[in-house]
Write a protein that binds this ligand. Structure first.
Ligand SMILES: [Zn+2]
Length: 245
């Protein structure tokens, strides 16, 4: 008897589910985070039109020195760098980065992390990576925001590349002020002595630091310096979602 009722049950359940979905869309329409147009069912967080307008970085990072590489020349040794798009003021990219930090959008971070990994895979398939290390934020900031955006990006990347994320490798011991309005000199001062490595000894040969946005590179430089002191032979690469032009 139940065998005959089963298809009917699933059909009713699926009607009910789509009905609830329609109702919730009416009350809380699913809008694009940048243009606020209503999203289609197959769009998530950002509509296709806005996605196409994002200023992607297209050069082949496996063979060419890029702008992000050059940012660290003479400062710290970086093995490889990767950035998904350029960041400029008053653009879709700025709205996306704002939502990552202040919009309570952990799922968006994971979605963008997957996008980074997919794009990177098309360019670099022969790089052996031991772990992704997200740029840590202070525990108080993480509590207020609900998540660390770099950690969520790393989780998205990891879900595609199947390489672990190590959130305990390094931590931030001081809650620094925002870097956005500081000069390069003051940014460097602001992040000096704020990171601390975990006491556990690691056998990593190549790690990738994951960050949301790079402007002057002061935070990454401070992190890499402290890692280099403990592990001089360790190769360090950088994956960022966005970099300033
Ligand atoms: Zn849009």
């Amino acid at each position: 008897m139940f065998i005959f009722l089963k298809p009917l049950f699933y059909q009713t359940y699926s009607y009910f589910k789509s009905y609830l979905h329609e109702i919730s869309n009416l009350i809380f329409p699913n809008l694009c985070l940048t243009c606020e147009r209503e999203l289609l069912d197959n769009e998530h967080n950002i509509c296709l039109f806005c996605t196409m307008e994002i200023h992607m970085i297209y050069y082949d990072i496996s063979t060419q020195e890029n702008t992000l590489d050059k940012l660290f020349w003479g400062r710290v040794k970086v093995h490889r760098t990767f950035a998904l798009f350029y960041f400029e003021k008053d653009t879709h990219e700025q709205k996306i980065l704002h939502q990552l930090k202040y919009g309570y959008k952990a799922q968006l971070c994971i979605q963008l992390g997957k996008w980074m990994a997919t794009d990177w895979l098309q360019k670099n398939q022969n790089l052996k990576i031991d772990a992704f290390i997200p740029v840590p934020i202070h525990s108080r900031k993480k509590f207020n925001r609900g998540y660390n955006q770099s950690e969520q990006l790393a989780k998205g990347i990891s879900s595609i590349l199947k390489i672990p994320v190590d959130c305990n490798f390094i931590r931030k011991t001081k809650n620094t002020n925002s870097q956005t309005k500081k000069s390069i000199f003051h940014r460097r001062l602001n992040v000096q002595n704020v990171f601390k490595l975990n006491n556990k000894w690691h056998q990593y040969k190549h790690i990738v630091i994951v960050d949301d946005v790079v402007t002057t590179g002061a935070t990454l430089e401070a992190m890499i310096s402290i890692i280099n002191k403990r592990y001089p032979a360790l190769e360090i690469s950088i994956f960022v979602l966005a970099m300033t032009k």
